[in-house]
Design a protein around this ligand. Structure first.
Ligand code: GLC
Length: 799
């Protein structure tokens, strides 16, 4: 510990505030005259953590969000004590703390300001509950814009908005609804081509104001707990987001089938109805990997039971569905029916696993089963119990995925739609009230579910989907955007919400395609599905109250168009899987909003319709009825129209045709896109050959292609294959180089190369520098295709 003793003893050295500051290797502590303590921890060259206490005492340091294994450590750190400031300098930026009032400023190494405190830390005592409302305000710069905050159904750019985070069941929510199902207290600011992130790790209700109240001030505050936030520096958004995702964690790879098309409804029952639906998919050659059982499969909505009248032999049914290529996903809600003849209720009661009110009685609330008690998922022993409950559903019956719902937690017919504030929680050994545990309740339920499904499905991978979540919950589960409406506005919202979730570390997300409440027209359904196939999670779901939502319900034309898009998703599975791998390995978001893709181009700062799917595919949904096309922004660089290979130059808006069977899609020049043949479900067929679509570029571009056995954990032992392709295009030549790592050997031996946009006729081919006759490559000059060994290292084609 390097203690500045002189300062400690002569506290009045600092006229207005600071009594002492001391630091060790990575932590700096400041104490002021009025008892405020600020602790700054240097976690990485681009990340500092700030904690403030108003009386010098910190709470026990515990976080559900932070991944215990997050990488930390820095290359460079200098701490300087000047007359007026303490200065922290890392390899990436500087932080200046004023000695008179503890105001903090973050600066580029060249001195340009990134983010400066306005009032900085301040607080207000909470007389009703104890503790403080803790607040932070920052000065916002001209032209500054804001992005993030999870699933908020509002403009993508948050400038001018005030939002709060309190997980809420919002049936048929609308645009600008302030509180939704998830709490992700993380946002990114961007100005002067510099981006930074703030992660306010506080699970109480939190609030964010982005220049709403005052034009040049951004603030965030919480109804309790500590002012505990992380500052992450870019300057690129990609640096900020991947650092945030490193901190709060990344998921494992899902089984590939989870990336296929899923069909859901509230509810498919009895068994004959489920089979009728799945058979119809096969009969119509409409690819589908998963079928969902909503609450009616249970006996009186008792979790982990079956209605034996509707489903007399679930194990047989699940097996038969599996033989037909369908994975069964079943819903599990948190509310446990009060019923002494129900073994799970009895177990929970006997072991004291249910949440209690402050004065002792159990927390009682109404959900689908009627009056329920609710497990305290913030208690590790309860989570362990809950995980074990999946033994039969997963281990014996063979259900492959679990859908956790109503876990905000939702309670019916009460003000606030959730638990009262006084309900007690264990919070992993840090007992607290519901005010603190509310926003993590759903996340901890999903965690317990993940552990159970993983245990009983092992050595296969688990698949979990949850409605409520908190930062870090992406480690355990995928998510969807809840009870939306079959309207054009909600199609717009779905696009914004999924991009926002991707920018908030939660990429594995989708919306209820077609809308949950109300009935879409065939046109709306088609347009929504065209977008949905480009979302990381792709599921049709509806409440079933207003008609059917299977793709055949809207007539032949809609069916054919829908099939074409779902087939395209199945063709693009290796591309999507590679993108998922980048998310799992590095935290790179699966969808890249244009501002993330090119923050330097200010045109992107207010754009939210267009996005990049993976690295190389630009998509722009049609969000209005009766249109034959739209104007859209093409980001800088050159792109090919996916539908006709026509090249376009970006950095401008243009009109694109989009009759009902077309969604505007463009491919970045130089991209190499791996494609599977169409299958009715993942691994239906043994792969004989796969395609690489190669888009010519004058210059260089890299692409990646990740593969493994699509399920299981062998990939963690190095049984995967990661191919990096380097494309170099010249006026009459194209060179493809391949580097492969990993020990997985795919079942096929050849790639079918298809060239797009080549400005010359291929006349000669060289493999590893030796000429090979084009005939041997089955070269088709009209199609511009050829067949090559998948393990080539260099191909050189000359015009
Ligand atoms: C909730 C869910 C919805 C589900 C329904 C019945 O409204 O959001 O997806 O179908 O409950 O379980």
């Amino acid at each position: 510990m390097i203690t500045n003793t002189e300062l400690e003893h002569k506290g009045n050295l600092y006229p207005s505030g600071l009594i002492s500051f001391e630091h060790d290797q990575d932590t700096i502590n400041f104490i002021t005259k009025n008892g405020v303590r600020l602790q700054i921890t240097v976690l990485r060259d681009n990340m500092l953590r700030f904690r403030y206490s108003t009386n010098g005492i910190f709470e026990n340091d515990f976080s559900y969000a932070v991944d215990e294994e997050h990488p930390h450590g820095f290359n460079q750190l200098k701490i300087e004590d000047t007359e007026t400031h303490v200065l922290i300098t890392t390899e990436k930026f500087k932080c200046k703390i004023a000695k008179d009032d503890l105001r903090v400023g973050m600066y580029e190494l060249d001195g340009r300001p990134i983010l400066e405190d306005e009032l900085g830390f301040h607080w207000e005592e909470s007389f009703e509950f104890g503790g403080n409302f803790v607040k932070m305000s920052k000065t916002s710069r001209e032209q500054e814009n804001f992005f993030g905050l999870g699933d908020k159904p509002t403009n993508f750019n948050l400038k001018g908005k005030r939002m709060s985070l309190w997980n809420t069941d919002q049936y048929a929510y609308g645009k600008d609804t302030v509180e939704l199902y998830k709490a992700v207290p993380f946002y990114m600011g961007l100005h002067s081509n510099l981006s930074y992130g703030i992660f306010f790790d506080n699970t109480f209700k939190t609030h964010f104001d982005f220049c709403h109240e005052r034009r040049n001030v951004t603030s965030f505050w919480a109804d309790g707990g500590e002012m505990n936030y992380y500052f992450i520096y870019g300057p690129q958004m990609a640096d900020v987001l991947t650092t945030y995702t490193d901190l709060t964690g990344k998921p494992e790879l899902p089984p590939m089938w989870a990336l296929g098309f899923h069909q859901c409804k509230w509810s498919y029952y009895p068994e004959s109805k489920v089979k009728e639906i799945t058979s119809k998919f096969r009969e119509l050659d409409f690819p589908c990997d998963a079928i969902y059982l909503d609450i009616d499969y249970m006996d009186g909505f008792r979790c982990f039971t079956w209605n034996k009248e509707y489903f007399p032999d679930p194990k047989r049914m699940v097996k038969e569905l599996e033989n037909d290529g369908f994975k069964t996903v079943a819903i599990i809600d948190p509310g446990i029916k009060i019923d002494l003849n129900y073994s799970i209720f009895k177990e929970g009661l006997e072991n004291d696993y249910f949440c209690r009110r402050a004065d002792g009685p159990y927390m009682r609330g109404k959900v689908w089963p009627g009056e329920c008690y609710f497990p305290d998922f913030t208690n590790p022993e309860v989570r362990e119990w809950w995980s074990g409950l999946y033994r039969e559903l997963i281990g014996e019956i063979g259900v492959k995925g679990v859908w956790n719902d109503m876990n905000e937690p939702a309670v019916m017919e009460v003000p606030g739609k959730t638990f009262p504030f006084d309900v007690r929680h264990d919070y992993d050994g840090h007992p607290c009230s519901h005010r603190k545990a509310h926003n993590v309740y759903g996340m901890q339920m999903a965690k317990a579910t993940y552990e159970g499904v993983k245990r009983f499905n092992f050595p296969k991978r688990p698949f979990i989907i949850t409605r409520a979540n908190y930062s870090g919950g992406q480690r355990y589960t995928s998510t969807w955007t809840g009870d939306n409406i079959a309207s054009w506005e909600h199609l717009w919202l779905a696009n914004v919400q999924i991009q926002r979730l991707c920018m908030s570390g939660m990429s594995f997300a989708g919306s209820d395609i077609g809308g949950f409440a109300e009935q879409p027209s065939g046109e709306l359904y088609t347009r929504w599905l065209q977008l949905g196939v480009f979302h990381p999670f792709c599921r049709v779901h509806s409440s079933g109250d207003h008609g059917e939502q299977e793709p055949w319900f809207f007539g032949e034309e809609v069916l054919d168009i829908s099939r074409k898009y779902v087939e395209l998703r199945y063709q693009l599975l290796p591309y999507l899987y590679t993108t998922f791998y980048k998310y799992v390995a590095e935290g790179v978001p699966i969808l890249k909003p244009l501002v993330y893709h090119d923050q330097e181009d200010v045109q992107t700062h207010y754009r939210a319709d267009e996005f990049i799917f993976g690295n190389h595919i630009l998509v722009c949904p049609i969000q209005e009825p009766n249109v034959q096309g739209r104007r859209m922004y093409i980001p800088r660089g050159k792109w090919y129209n996916f539908w006709n290979d026509k090249p376009v130059s970006g950095g401008r808006e243009m009109w694109v045709d989009a009759p009902l069977d077309t969604i505007p899609v463009f491919i970045k020049e130089g991209a190499i896109i791996p494609k599977y043949p169409v299958q009715q479900y993942v691994d239906e067929k043994k792969l004989e050959q796969i395609s690489l679509d190669i888009y010519y570029k004058l210059g260089k571009e890299n692409s990646e292609f990740y593969e493994d056995s699509h399920d299981g954990y062998e990939y963690r032992q190095g049984i995967f294959s990661l191919r990096t392709f380097k494309l170099t295009g010249k006026t009459d030549e194209i060179i493809l180089q391949q580097h492969k790592s990993g020990k997985y050997s795919a079942p096929y031996t050849t790639f079918k190369l298809k060239f797009h946009g080549l400005p010359f006729q291929i006349k000669k081919a060289f493999f590893e520098n030796e000429e090979v006759p084009l005939k041997e490559l089955q070269f088709d000059k009209d199609e511009n295709t050829m067949i090559v060994n998948k393990d080539f290292s260099e191909i050189h084609l000359v015009g």
